[in-house]
Design a protein around this ligand. Structure first.
Ligand code: PLP
Length: 265
């Protein structure tokens, strides 16, 4: 593909695996090792998330496990700019050089274009904002984790709602707090009526997007994905979310699942 750096090792059997970060044990023999795949991390929602390898008794931060990783600094992210921004991390010098060129019209030095690139430079003002916000990231992530724990305590024993799972090796940073319920749209309407904002990340699976029509997939080809896309709901989650605000959300959710679970019984 034009503009996409070729990160494959020089072995035609290598293939790419793009993974978002809810990492399985990267340090154990994984499908990536078994099938000789190159791992590219989609760490766009994972600034500061960690994975603890029991085998190596050490932690890895999201963005340090694959050959390269993509971070989004979209304003709503845990580390967000005031406009579009992003970054790639890698410890592969050659790849880093290619990526630097790609974001600068393919220039290795001014006016010398080695490859065809695009204009993907980070504005200095965004870099300045991010630099300041970076100093708060750990504290903000901890606040998000506290909010997630409170949701877990208040909603954990409710029937009819599935909460996010955090494995014992993972340390999530809860960019979103996504629950699963039947009658999701009804719950969202109820929360909207109570002036509680929610989101759906994301309502339409990739194989059902018009952009990928040519791949020939149809409804029913990925039944689990399609079911989940109809059940997921992102509840309010941000570092400044107060216990009182969370109680108000939880009250509405519990009332809703109590009613719908009783109806289903
Ligand atoms: C997991 C994931 N990957 C990629 C992206 C795309 O990031 P951007 O909008 O900065 O290109 C997002 C943004 O929401 C995301 O959440």
């Amino acid at each position: 593909m034009r503009g996409i750096p070729d990160v494959r090792p020089h072995d035609e059997h290598n293939r790419l695996l793009v993974s978002n970060v809810h990492p399985p044990d990267w340090t154990n023999p994984t499908p990536a090792h078994r099938y000789n795949l190159v791992v590219i991390e989609d760490a766009c929602q994972a600034h500061g998330a960690e994975y603890f390898s029991k085998r190596q008794t050490r932690s890895y931060t999201a963005g340090s496990m694959g050959r390269a990783a993509a971070f989004s600094f979209y304003p709503g992210k845990n580390l967000g700019a005031c406009g579009e921004a992003g970054a790639v991390t890698t410890n592969d010098e050659e790849l880093a050089r290619t990526i630097r060129m790609l974001r600068d019209h393919g220039q290795a030095k001014k006016y010398y274009h080695e490859i065809e690139g695009y204009n993907g430079k980070l504005d200095a003002i965004q870099a300045g904002i991010l630099q300041i916000k970076l100093g708060h990231l750990a504290e903000w992530n901890e606040k998000r984790r506290t909010c997630a724990q409170r949701y877990q305590e208040m909603l954990g024993s409710a029937e009819g709602i599935i909460l996010p799972y955090e494995g014992s090796s993972g340390k999530a940073v809860y960019h979103l707090y996504v629950v699963r319920v039947h009658n999701r749209d009804e719950l969202q309407r109820r929360l909207t009526a109570a002036a509680i904002g929610t989101g759906i990340h994301y309502p339409i699976p990739l194989h059902q997007q018009s952009a990928y029509r040519t791949l020939g997939y149809k409804r029913g080809d990925f039944p689990i994905t399609e079911r989940l896309a109809g059940e997921i709901l992102s509840l309010p989650m941000f570092p400044g979310l107060t216990p009182a605000q969370q109680s108000r959300v939880v009250e509405q959710v519990l009332e809703f699942v109590g009613l719908t679970t009783a109806q289903a019984a």
